[in-house]
Design a protein around this ligand. Structure first.
Ligand code: PLP
Length: 393
């Protein structure tokens, strides 16, 4: 694993792990509960007339959700976080809170399909202008970015081709253009990438993925680099009512305690599987930033603390070839989503990216022959054997 060297605010890996494990442990003053209790109450009694306590109503604030927000902000190196009901409500919150009519957003042309759908739909209603470009810095990106967009929306590594965007470079440019940079950090989690240390203003997560890590919560988070942005986003989170449920927050907080340990195994498995696929004759191309042949390998090594556990690869024979492989897999479940302890397989063209039209998919390089793996923490020998026999057949 490499270490980030961008600035002095970095958290040492060991410190990160300890903070994640110990988040809000033994913080209960009433009973000394080691694990913080789950507060399901929708409302909280006032201490006396006109004298509310810290929390008055769960949409606005809740003790369990507050513990989760605090540790997510801490792990991302932010000033504050809003925990939301899904990754998409986190995306929607950022757009509602930070972009005014007439302003422009530049977004990665291969960002998550749901994010693209929301950006296009709100732009079609005249809420803002959106321009999709290749953020791995083609000329068109620099031309568009020179128009001083309100937001630059980055997703790195991108979904599903794992393209790597140079966050520090884009942030340096954004500062001179007066733009804010938002990074969707879902694919790596703060265990492997901390965009605020690279200069980002806002980080977005689908906590459904690695942060919770057990595929039993749909949730999201928005983390702000400054107290002012945190305040603005928190105000809008309450105003729009997109804040997350206490039980979901409780489970996600529990998931975060094992984030470092899980990510280590996820990544170790992914390295072995990427090499295995790369040497398999039935595989046309492997997309994994940990492979030295990946165009973003050097940048990923510099910018990230690891390469993550998402791998995409192409097989022969288009959709028919994909169908043959996924139907034979036993240890990879054919399902949407990623980042859980169990391995999943997806066909982006008909699943995760079906909400993009065919032309946009083609522009983003997402072919019908592409298969995406979310590598879990099962025994890697079993995963390789499973892939080997599915590809052989
Ligand atoms: N961002 C990324 C990168 C995603 O992969 C997803 C979902 O897959 C989302 C955002 C949306 O998250 P959710 O499904 O929790 O609403």
């Amino acid at each position: 694993m490499t270490t980030l060297t961008q600035n002095d605010t970095e958290i040492r890996p060991a410190e990160f792990t300890t903070r994640a494990v110990r988040a809000a442990i033994a913080s209960d003053l009433e009973h000394g509960a080691v694990v913080p209790p789950l507060h399901l109450s929708a409302t909280f009694a006032f201490e006396s007339f006109a004298k509310p306590r810290t929390f008055d109503y769960t949409r606005s604030g809740n003790p369990t959700r507050a513990h989760l927000a605090a540790i997510i902000a801490d792990l991302e190196g932010g000033a504050g976080a809003v925990v939301t009901s899904s990754g998409m409500s986190a995306v929607a919150l950022v757009l509602q809170a930070l972009v005014k009519p007439g302003e422009m957003i530049v977004a990665a042309h291969d960002c998550y399909g749901g994010t693209q759908r929301l950006l296009r739909s709100l732009a079609a209603r005249g809420q803002f202008e959106v321009v999709f470009t290749d953020l791995t810095c083609d000329d068109y990106f620099w031309q568009t970015a020179a128009r001083s967009p309100r937001l630059i929306w980055v997703e790195t590594p991108s979904n599903p081709l794992l393209r790597i965007t140079d966050v520090a470079r884009i942030c340096a440019f954004a500062r001179s253009a007066g733009s804010l940079v938002v990074v969707d950090n879902t694919f790596l989690s703060p265990a492997l990438q901390r965009p605020i240390e690279l200069g980002a203003d806002v980080v977005v997560h689908s906590t459904t993925k690695y942060l919770n890590g057990h595929s039993d919560v749909v949730g999201g988070a928005v983390i702000a680099a400054t107290p002012e942005l945190a305040q603005e986003l928190g105000w809008w989170g309450n105003c729009l009512g997109v804040t997350g449920a206490p039980f979901d927050s409780y489970l996600t907080l529990r998931g975060i305690r094992t984030l470092s340990a899980r990510i280590r195994i996820h990544e170790d498995n992914a390295r072995v599987i990427a090499a295995f696929l790369d040497s398999n004759d039935a595989v046309r191309h492997v997309y994994y930033p940990g492979l030295s042949s990946h165009p973003g390998h050097a940048l990923a090594k510099r910018q990230q603390l690891g390469f993550g556990a998402m791998i995409s690869f192409e097989v022969e024979d288009g959709v028919a070839g994909v169908k043959r492989v996924v139907e034979r897999l036993r240890h990879f479940t054919l399902a949407e989503s990623l980042g859980g302890v169990e391995s999943l397989v997806a066909h982006p063209a008909t699943m995760t990216h079906a909400s993009m039209d065919a032309a946009s998919r083609e522009r983003a390089g997402i072919s019908d022959s592409l298969i995406r793996l979310s590598v879990g923490i099962e025994a890697v020998e079993d995963l390789c054997a499973d892939l080997g026999s599915a590809l052989e057949a």
